[in-house]
Design a protein around this ligand. Structure first.
Ligand code: NAP
Length: 450
């Protein structure tokens, strides 16, 4: 049986589903080395999924099973582009799959966006999840209100985290440096503001519904912004109807005297300026109306009317954006690497999967189907490539020797398991799933103390 050696760059869901699919391949023996910039695997499952969503995080058990399979190796603390590059990987593997996600924000492009107190959701989420690059992020939680821009599930995650009571937070794996500031923050009101209407919001019903179960929280919706009866319109998708039903229910609900925190949904408002002298003081919104274009897509059109919302904290949850990989083609308009069925356009042995392939959409499970497509292409290419058309990949020991010399601080799967056990043991003692270690130096110290 032929042996093929594949490098995967990135250890999030897309990377792991790709690894699993490769290891499942029939009639070929595929070996996978997974490269990760951080010392810890699982990408957004560790650094993106909200800490109060433990069920969603439990998908990591599937990744552990994949990592335990023969033929899989994890190489953490290795940065693609600086520690190893494209030529290195092509010289050491038959094929390379990039599963690097979408590593930057989708900017608003408005004045004041970079004022202190205005934070991209990618940073805020990384901060409360203990991403090592973001532990020092300055977050103005002394404010009494916050504005979250965007109507996606990340906007809901952020809004929820801002109002979650200590009793709830303390049961999660939220980073320790974020636990106290979030639990003691003065934020009593979070406005979640969308540029289009309630029917165009990107968030999903399961995430909306969760707000009903948060003690002490009132959800405020302006009745005029959710048209009556819209929830029963058969022309709308089921998801939209459910969203509208839920929003309508909140709009109809009277004042909630027991509530001490509020999430307010506002629609048809686009931020046009963030103002302040040294830091955020207010956000100026354009009031929009909706208009359908020739393709039927509903877009927001500025009416010229302006509204101002005073605040000291703005979280911009307007989506993520892929970043170009050194030496590889890139579509700057979409923030993705162009490909055919997963094989990078113009390349013979390089592939993409996940958000860098299709853009930042879908849920974790979406990456499974996506990985299957890329792996099918890769295996077909390997089967079709005439003998000798590609350099014979060096064996596993040779690769490990090369990589260890290049990166003495390499984190292997055994190292990660030591870190993982350490975090879980600390968490167990405190009644939490884990207490995260948030610095790479500390990850190395724990790994080397084995
Ligand atoms: P998203 O779903 O694409 O939502 C982005 C939001 O930002 C949209 O409401 C969009 O409005 C708005 N927006 C974009 N540019 C804007 C601008 N210039 N001004 C004002 N608003 C702007 O992105 P996301 O929330 O970051 O989520 C990314 C993916 O992860 C999604 O597939 C999401 O479902 C998934 N996710 C899932 C969960 C979960 O399952 N619990 C949790 C988190 C994330 P328009 O629609 O008008 O463009």
């Amino acid at each position: 049986m032929p042996t093929h050696r594949v490098a995967i760059v990135g250890s999030g869901p897309a990377g792991f589903y790709t690894a699993g699919s490769l290891l499942d391949a029939a009639d070929v023996d595929v070996r996978v080395d997974m490269y990760e910039r951080l010392a810890t695997p699982w990408g957004l499952v560790r650094a993106g999924v909200a800490p109060d969503h433990p069920k969603m995080k439990s998908v990591s058990a599937q990744f552990e099973q994949i990592a335990a399979r023969p033929g899989f190796r994890f190489f953490g603390n290795v940065e693609f582009g600086s520690d190893v590059d494209r030529a290195d990987l092509l010289a050491h593997y038959d094929s390379v799959v990039y599963a690097v996600g979408a590593q930057s924000e989708r900017p608003l492009g408005i004045p004041g966006e970079q004022l202190p107190g205005s934070v991209a959701s990618i940073d805020f989420v990384g901060w409360y999840n203990g991403h090592p690059d973001l532990t020092e992020l300055p977050i103005a939680l002394a404010a009494d209100n916050a504005v979250v821009i965007g109507n996606g599930n990340v906007a809901l995650d952020v809004a929820r985290m801002l109002v979650l009571p200590r009793t709830e937070l303390a049961r999660t794996d939220v980073a320790d440096h974020a636990l106290d500031p979030l639990a003691t923050s003065g934020i009593a009101e979070v406005s979640v503001v969308g540029r289009r209407g309630a029917a165009q919001a990107a968030f999903t019903i399961a995430e909306l519904r969760e707000l009903n179960h948060m003690p002490g929280l009132a959800v405020v919706v302006d009745r005029a912004e959710v048209p009556t009866g819209a929830g029963t319109d058969p022309a709308m998708s089921r998801g939209v109807r459910h969203n509208l039903d839920m929003l309508h229910g909140w709009a109809e609900r009277g004042p909630e005297p027991d509530a001490h925190r509020r999430i307010i949904f506002r629609f048809l408002r686009s931020p046009v300026e963030i103002r302040g002298t040294d830091r955020v003081e207010e956000v100026v919104f354009a009031v929009n109306r909706l208009e359908a274009d020739v393709e039927g897509r509903v877009r927001a059109v500025d009416t010229g009317e302006r509204e101002t919302l005073p605040t000291r904290l703005v979280v911009r949850a307007t989506g993520y954006r892929g970043v170009a990989l050194p030496g590889l083609p890139f579509d700057p308009a979409r923030g993705v690497v162009p490909h055919e069925d997963g094989r990078i356009t113009g390349c013979t042995r390089e592939y993409v999967v996940g958000w860098i392939k299709r853009g930042p959409t879908g849920i974790i499970g979406t990456n499974k189907h996506d990985a299957h497509e890329t792996v099918a292409r890769l295996l077909t290419d390997l089967a079709d490539s005439p003998a000798g058309a590609r350099a014979a990949a060096p064996d596993e020991d040779t690769v490990l020797a090369w990589l260890s010399a290049r990166r003495p601080d390499l984190i292997t799967d055994a190292d990660w398991q030591t870190i993982d056990s350490y975090e879980r043991a600390r968490g167990h003692a405190a009644g939490r799933p884990r207490i995260k270690v948030v610095s790479t130096a500390e990850h190395l110290r724990i790994a080397r103390s084995r």
